[in-house]
Design a protein around this ligand. Structure first.
Ligand SMILES: Nc1ncnc2c1ncn2[C@@H]1O[C@H](COP(=O)(O)OP(=O)(O)OP(=O)(O)O)[C@@H](O)[C@H]1O
Length: 259
């Protein structure tokens, strides 16, 4: 469902003599099969969001090849939008001044979802995510947790085969976090939706993902099951220690002067 082959993405930053190249993602390769639930963990600046942006066609890779749901994301972004749903936890895709219901109605038009099918889907999603009391509320008046549930609903209204989530539990309280995890887990199990998420929360990985990818300095440093990861840990250490080391043993991102 997702194929990433030797992908790199760099950015040129700074002016003139101070110009340099930031290698946000380097030589990244992985495959995600249909129906998998994969979590991607890594410290700030590791390259997770850049990867998500390439998977969704927002950014084109500098090197390598990406295919998502059979399409090259950067070249077929519009076609891909029909097959994937995307949530950026830190930024809403909803219309700030519109009531939730109107935002969803606009999405129905954008994706040309049949009116009857749309009504059924929205009813199911809003019930599962507890959105009914907020349907008439403008997005700007929603709490973070309510807004996040709205964003997840918006990403699923066209019933995509793949769901890509960049930090979907960021800032949520324990109850909202648990509800979001329960929802995503059921979505994956009952609809077979392929899910790839990024997170800083090991709890997301433990409760949701059969497979975890660790990213650091733009490279994949581990790809396997949580049990595989545990097996790499010395007995006296916990998996939290390993992740903490990944997060604390950081140096600056890979940077080199531009030619
Ligand atoms: N548009 C850009 N221009 C220049 N540098 C960028 C750009 N986008 C990302 N970077 C750099 O690429 C590196 C990876 O950033 P990215 O946002 O992918 O990390 P991340 O793992 O998502 O981090 P976080 O957990 O903080 O969201 C960082 O060093 C960042 O500064």
């Amino acid at each position: 469902m997702i194929e990433v082959q030797e992908v790199g993405r760099s950015f040129t930053v700074g002016r003139r003599s101070a110009r340099r190249t930031v290698h946000a993602v380097r030589d990244l390769s992985f495959t995600v099969e249909a129906g998998e639930f994969v979590g991607c963990l890594g410290p700030n600046g590791a390259g997770k969001s850049t990867t998500i942006k390439m998977l969704t066609g927002i950014l084109a890779p500098t090197t390598g090849r990406i295919e998502v749901a059979g399409l090259n994301p950067a070249r077929r972004r519009t076609a891909l939008a029909r097959r994937i749903g995307v949530v950026f936890g830190q930024r809403t895709t909803l219309w700030w001044d519109l009531p939730l219901r109107d935002s969803f109605e606009l999405i129905r038009h954008l994706y040309k979802v049949d009116r009857f099918v749309f009504r059924e889907r929205l009813e199911e999603l809003s019930c599962l995510l507890g959105l009914e009391p907020f349907m008439a509320t403008p997005v700007r008046q929603l709490s973070l947790g309510q807004r996040m549930r709205g964003d997840v609903t918006a990403a699923l209204l066209h019933d995509p085969a793949v769901l890509v989530l960049d930090e979907p539990t960021i800032g949520l309280d324990v109850v909202s976090k648990a509800a979001m995890r329960e929802f995503l887990s059921r979505r994956n199990a009952e609809h077979g939706t392929t899910v790839l998420l990024t997170t800083h929360d090991l709890g997301d990985i433990e409760r949701l993902c059969r497979r975890v990818m660790l990213i650091d300095h733009g490279r994949l440093t581990f790809d396997g099951t949580l049990d595989d990861l545990r097996a790499t840990v010395p007995e006296e250490e916990s998996i939290e220690d390993v992740v903490a080391r990944l997060y604390t043993g950081r140096t600056a991102p890979a940077v080199e002067p531009s030619p």
